[in-house]
Design a protein around this ligand. Structure first.
Ligand SMILES: [Zn+2]
Length: 66
């Protein structure tokens, strides 16, 4: 038994074998297409920060306030 979590709808689903989930990691063809549509729409914008978001400051300690 193999379990996947669909990235589109968040639903967990299980199949006997990986070959039995043709749209993995998506649960259905519809979810796969929805995800593809998001990419094409630019919803997944992983390079540019969204306007108004604070700039990312990874791996930095917060500044001392005093
Ligand atoms: Zn799904």
């Amino acid at each position: 038994m193999v379990t996947f979590e669909c990235p589109t709808c968040g639903r967990m689903f299980s199949v006997p074998r990986r070959q039995d989930a043709p749209y993995r990691p998506f649960c259905t063809e519809r979810c796969k297409l929805v995800d593809l549509g998001r990419w094409l729409d630019g919803t997944y914008n992983l390079i540019e920060p969204l306007p108004g978001d604070a700039p990312a400051t990874p791996d930095r300690d917060p500044p001392d306030e005093e």
